[in-house]
Design a protein around this ligand. Structure first.
Ligand code: MRU
Length: 351
């Protein structure tokens, strides 16, 4: 049954002193918003990908820490801080690859620095303020990425994207999708090819869903159709998101991104990575040091709820891969378009 054309609830929001998440595992079939009651529920929501996408899990982690600290508001400052460190480490363990989660949890803890005179209630309020600041910044960062990426979108061009680095992966207009949404606002026609993105189908369930709802011309392809789509001359540009960028410009993103980057190089198609500066991890020198999340075998041995592989099958299921910086044409950030050599440009812009 087609969904009503009513507006989609936000990816997440802080309402009535609580975190509310749009459950992305149910999309595109059901629109369900879930109130988060405690730290365990937030941990599972991030781990199960109810909320997913690097920027969105950063914001969810920040609000998740507020949820986790709510029952501890009566504690004196020192005990409140001890509990805060414990809860932040717990939430940080929900997913390892996207640096935004770690970044947001660190920033939340650092925001209480120098407030030794305050009690638990005041510290809790300061945490909520900081989470709301991170949230507001995320919305603005997406717009900035869109502005800097917009000149890449030529009228009538075909853009291929992988996974979902869209509005659903952020609290704004997405990262990879930001230039697409701004092109649409500006009346610039474009065609988007969304890779299905096995095993969890973020391209089919989320990217094609949100772009279609917004009226952008989007065509869904399976992952193994990307090469033929490029060979037919339908793709002028690739834009993907990322979960972590190392200091040398190596890019961790959804499994399959590396293949797309190799194809783009083969067919002479520019390959851009869109991300906010909070996704740059200058402390990690190169992509080989990025921890890649391994997920359960059942994601590979089934398609939706239907089992598609023999029982007892050996499976590999890395959720992300690393694209070497040599395959990246440039990074679209809120501070501008960054071209090689990335290590020097990052150091100059972000250190
Ligand atoms: O496993 P997911 O769905 O969280 O993976 C998301 C991605 O790989 C995105 O491309 C990345 O987080 C960037 S989102 C703006």
């Amino acid at each position: 049954m087609p969904l009503p054309t009513t507006a989609l609830p936000p990816t997440l929001e802080w309402r009535d002193d609580a975190l509310h998440l749009l459950d992305q595992t149910l999309l595109p079939n059901e629109i369900v918003v879930e109130r988060q009651h405690d730290a365990q529920q937030v941990w599972h929501a991030i781990h199960q990908l109810k909320v997913r996408g690097a920027p969105a899990i950063g914001v969810a982690g920040a609000y998740g820490l507020c949820v986790a600290m709510q029952p501890h508001r009566a504690l004196p400052a020192a005990a409140f801080r001890d509990k805060l460190g414990e809860q932040a480490a717990y939430l940080d363990s929900s997913r390892p690859t996207a640096v935004n989660l770690h970044w947001a949890l660190q920033r939340m803890q650092a925001s209480l620095g120098g407030r030794d005179d305050a009690g638990g209630e005041a510290l809790y309020q300061a945490l909520v303020d900081e989470a709301q600041a991170i949230h507001a910044e995320d919305v603005a960062l997406c717009e900035g990425i869109g502005r800097h990426g917009l000149p890449l979108i030529r009228p009538g061009c075909g853009v291929l994207t992988h996974c979902n680095a869209g509005a659903l992966a952020t609290t704004g207009i997405g990262t990879a999708t930001a230039p697409m949404y701004l092109a649409q606002r500006a009346g610039i026609p474009l065609r988007v090819y969304a890779d299905e993105t096995r095993p969890l189908l973020q391209g089919a369930r989320l990217t094609s869903f949100e772009l279609q709802r917004s009226g952008i011309d989007v065509t869904l392809i399976t992952d193994n159709m990307a090469a033929a789509t490029m060979q037919r001359g339908l793709v002028d540009l690739v834009i993907v998101g990322t979960d972590r960028v190392a200091a040398n410009g190596d890019v961790a993103n959804k499994i399959g991104t590396l293949g797309v980057a190799i194809l783009a190089r083969h067919f002479g198609i520019p390959f851009y990575v869109a991300c906010p500066s909070s996704t740059l991890d200058l402390a990690t020198p190169d992509g080989q040091r990025i921890v890649i999340e391994e997920r359960g075998a059942e994601e590979v041995t089934s398609f939706g709820l239907r089992r598609t592989a023999p029982e007892g099958m050996q499976v590999r299921n890395p959720a992300f891969d690393v694209t070497p910086h040599a395959l990246v044409s440039g990074f679209i950030t809120e501070r501008g378009l960054i071209e090689p050599p990335f290590d020097r440009q990052f150091a100059a812009l972000f250190s």
